[in-house]
Design a protein around this ligand. Sequence first.
Ligand SMILES: Cc1cc2nc3c(=O)[nH]c(=O)nc-3n(C[C@H](O)[C@H](O)[C@H](O)COP(=O)(O)OP(=O)(O)OC[C@H]3O[C@@H](n4cnc5c(N)ncnc54)[C@H](O)[C@@H]3O)c2cc1C
Length: 311
Amino acid sequence: MNKSEKDFDVIVIGGGAAGLSAALWCDELGLSALLLEKENEFGGQLRRVYNRIENHLGVETENGREMSEIFVRQTEKRSFAKRLKACVSFVDLERKSIILQTGEEYTARALIVATGVRRRRLGIENEEAFLEKGIIDSGKKNAEPAREKNVLIVGGGDAALENALILAETARKVFLVHRRKDFRGRAEFLEKVRVHPKIETFTGFIVRRLIGKEFISEIEIENLQTGKLRRVPAEILLIRIGVEPNTELLRGQISLDAEGYIKIDGNCETSLKMVFAAGDAANPASPTVSSAVGMGATAAKAIYASLNSGL
Ligand SMILES: Cc1cc2nc3c(=O)[nH]c(=O)nc-3n(C[C@H](O)[C@H](O)[C@H](O)COP(=O)(O)OP(=O)(O)OC[C@H]3O[C@@H](n4cnc5c(N)ncnc54)[C@H](O)[C@@H]3O)c2cc1C
């Protein structure tokens, strides 16, 4: 069904679990598809999951990278077109056309948006400058570099609590800073955090400033009730304050919820006909590999049904 090298039945934006599944299913159904991924590897968030994944039916892996390699190996046998380092910088959803950062344009009869989510940053001055110079992205991966150092973790959910427990195994001290008075995480983590001799919690505090020349040497936090500032002697910072969807491209073109997640119906179709969404970008309630993979399949099936309804 491929009409030209620039025109496809389906363009899939994002090569994580949802996008890979969507492209595989397009191929399965005989739809010509182009899968576009901005990074230099497929796999999305999975490439940065350092814990075991045991809850996706059919495969258990030591970490997310191993799972993403299995997904990529399986899709390599398929004949859909794919491009890495292909960042979509503009979409015209009505026309089903996309433009890459390089200026190249592609069109399709249907689009599947599978752009996922990214970790929320603090949004404070200097944050960018200290990335990998004190700011780490995983407790599990960085447990050794954190040995005998002071670590500050920001956040109040499961991810913050679990990382505090992991890092407390090697770090000298862990400061856990949360803007609210109560933690939201699971009771099993919270109980362990509360009694851990190396973990000190600061509730009702936010991070104001990162201090240091090249690397972080101290972190300034603010008591939200009193406005009083306090310096914490932490050289390592881990931010776990949730995620936000990669949906800026779509603003003003389809319905998004208040947080920017894409609104879809039971077929994964958005508010615009023949524009579908799959995976975390459209699924804040259940951001899992299983859901992402299933939604990719659902979207491809629905597109196939729509394109063939007149036959
Ligand atoms: C630490 C951690 C642990 C986890 N553990 C589990 C677990 O045990 N079990 C489980 O089921 N799930 C787990 N998850 C969640 C799971 O990884 C995600 O639900 C799933 O990978 C989401 O896939 P996705 O394809 O929707 O999005 P993503 O993986 O976010 O993929 C989106 C892709 O789109 C690309 N993209 C974005 N914008 C553009 C653009 N403009 N142009 C081109 N490409 C673009 C991105 O680069 C990315 O590759 C975990 C997640 C994390 C972070």
